[in-house]
Design a protein around this ligand. Sequence first.
Ligand code: GLU
Length: 493
Amino acid sequence: MIRVRVAPSPTGDPHVGTAYIALFNLCFARKLGGKFILRIEDTDQTRSTVESEATILSSLKWLGLDWDEGPDVGGPYGPYRQSERAEIYAKYAHQLIASGKAFYCYRTPEELNQLRAERREKGIQKAFKFSDLKLTAAEVQQRKADGQKPVVRMMVPEEGVCVVQDRLRGSIEMDWDNVDAQILLKADGMPTYHLANVVDDHLMKITHVIRGEEWINSAPKHQLLYEYFGWDMPELCHMPLLRNPDKSKLSKRKNPTSINFYRDSGFLPEAVLNYLGRMGWSMPDESEKFSLRQMIEAFDIDKLSLGGPVFDQEKLKWLNGMWIREDLSASDFVERYAAWAFPPEKLEAIIPLIHERVETLAEVAPLTALFFNSLPVLEESTFDGLKLDRETQVKALQFSSWALDNQVSWKRDDLYQLLNGLAEHMDIKLRDFLQPLFVAMSGSTVCPPLFDTMAVLGPDLTRARVRHALKNLGGVSKKGAKTLEKEFRSFAT
Ligand code: GLU
């Protein structure tokens, strides 16, 4: 029985890359009568949030990517959330210690930094191995007595070549030289990605690991863990990374990457899936427009091409237009549009913002148009008449962008706290600080109350609009960004 999984870490926006990997896993499973599993990899407790998990699940559902087993629907190999499986990983880590394949390591981060610096000076590039990290028995006793908590690390070969088989790429050779004695269990007892991923793929009977190529470098460690445990390794298929039109790795600075941005910008889920399906793959008859059902019928993973597929918003828009014209009857369109533009909770949130400002109902639409739009058309001249000079505007927008990226709660008052804090740090009157943000949100200096507006727009459209404004102002140079980032980090938590 074929069993595949997508294993997102809930540490941010639901990324189009996650949907892309999920889509190809789903097609592989459905074509071959297998199962598609969703597993939440939330072992990084400092970065994982329940909000992120919920949006990842809801955005994959919006796309129509349904899983057979997962944290919400359960299944025979649960729990499907790694934070609920801590004891399982600890048991396997200790098994490796008992068999001499892993060791307790008492080295502190400061010591490791020092070791690294010494090596850099000597021009040594090798990764850390057991032999580099081991301490004398007396030192270990001392640290234990001091109550220091160790991590568990895996033994890795000191040298030689590791050969990993990839279904799409054939044999891949990597030097053991570059592979660290990877931490498996952290000092707090939580596993790292590597241990949890291998243990879960085994226990959940995963037969094929279809994931992004950024994980290729982890494959030697994973292969070694399978060997240590005496388990069969699933077949590996590393998919090509999605790229920006300039061929750099897809990044939110150049292209909105949150699935919800596309939903909130009025794209149809069918079109987004169709577009993702064309990333590295094509229908046997080369047709550009196809449904998920058609893709599953024709799917053959061995036909995947590895040249970096380009995710281009303009092409997606063009394809979305085809779906709208060819697949929506007038009445479908009415239904879809009403559901997108006027869900009751949206109007309920918007109307109070302009209730006091209008004399007729006819004034509502022009005043609230920004809520029914994606990115506004921005004229650089709109930023000209503002209180702050251009450089300070850019700085205010850049700080806001970074701060909003880290913001989890999207409640009005929390957004106020956040941006007010930034204005204080920059020593600017809040009103002046907010002006460029008004323009970013609405394309003009008039806008309903800003914090409420952002709260209604939601994180994805708000963040994308701030980035869009920055881009329209010419952005920040790489060097400038470094200096600004330093300043930002000095006060941002
Ligand atoms: N948690 C990893 C991610 O966020 C999963 C990688 C894998 O599929 O092994 O992509």
